[in-house]
Design a protein. Structure first.
Length: 150
């Protein structure tokens, strides 16, 4: 049985490990993973400030999202699924939950600065590329920027 629940401070370490494992799945080098680590480290402050969803199975957390909905436009900050659970529709469940949360909070769009490997996923979810933005971990890198109309 799977469910989606809000993240709590006690989840931070396991969510960080999950995000790093999911990012590493795409073949990034150890050097690149070191650069990504600060942006993928889930903190108590992030969990307290942002809306969240943790996809929970009997064996533990298998995916999560963090959604910043404080601004005029909601922004999907992180969405990761454990590599062992990719391809099961869990990313879709998490993304749908994040979009539902944003819609209920009065937002008309979600902004997504996506890893290049995730672009196809966001397109399948209905998001459209609206431009490019600077990476959080490398200001010289540009990431595709997507928007989902809610």
């Amino acid at each position: 049985m799977i469910s989606i629940r809000p993240a709590v401070a006690a989840d931070c370490q396991s969510l960080t490990e999950l995000a790093l494992a999911a990012k590493a799945f795409w073949g990034y080098s150890d050097q690149q993973m070191l650069q990504f680590t600060p942006a993928l480290t889930v903190t108590d402050q992030m969990v307290a400030r942002w809306r969240s969803g943790v996809l929970q199975e009997t064996q533990g957390a298998t995916g999560f999202y963090l959604l910043d909905d404080d601004g005029a436009e909601a922004e999907l900050m992180l969405l990761y699924v454990s590599p062992l659970h990719m391809g099961k529709g869990y990313g879709r469940k998490l993304f749908t939950a994040a979009a539902t949360t944003a819609r209920k909070r009065g937002h008309l769009h979600i902004r997504i600065a996506a890893d290049p490997h995730a672009g196809g996923f966001y397109k399948r979810m209905g998001a459209r590329q609206s431009g490019w933005c600077r990476s959080h971990w490398n200001s010289a890198e540009e990431l595709p920027l997507y928007r989902l109309k809610l």
